[in-house]
Design a protein. Structure first.
Length: 124
């Protein structure tokens, strides 16, 4: 059986259509990535703001505190306070536990708990 020769115009049209679809998908991906990065620049803690992550960080802070690593414990507690700060009632218990941990370690607590992420001022 003899197969007919393919039509070059049909092949070119299919190639152009597939190329256009690929470019459209690429553009949609770029726009989605750009939009996500815009949100992340505004709120760097956005991806970490969930109970599972804060629970793991509290466990790390407690383990560091138990091991005597005061610096690592303070850093982990400050992370929980900084990321969990806000009006989300689901995260308030984690922030309260982190604030208690910081107080237990003698970390100087500011009046506004959202500024705990900033390092403490050096002594005069």
């Amino acid at each position: 059986m003899i197969t007919p020769a393919p039509d070059p115009r049909r092949a070119r049209n299919i190639g152009l259509i597939l190329g256009g679809v690929a470019i459209a998908l690429f553009a949609a991906g770029v726009l989605g990535f750009w939009n996500s990065s815009r949100f992340m620049r505004r709120d760097p803690g956005l991806t970490y703001r969930n109970p599972t992550t804060l629970d793991k960080m509290l466990a790390r802070a407690q383990a560091a505190e138990d091991a005597g690593d005061r610096g690592a414990a303070i850093t982990a507690y400050r992370f929980v306070v900084a990321v969990g700060a806000g009006n989300d009632p689901e995260l308030k218990p984690y922030v309260a536990a982190a604030l208690r941990g910081l107080a237990r370690l003698g970390y100087p607590m500011p009046r506004d708990s959202t500024s705990v992420a900033a390092p403490p001022a050096p002594p005069p």
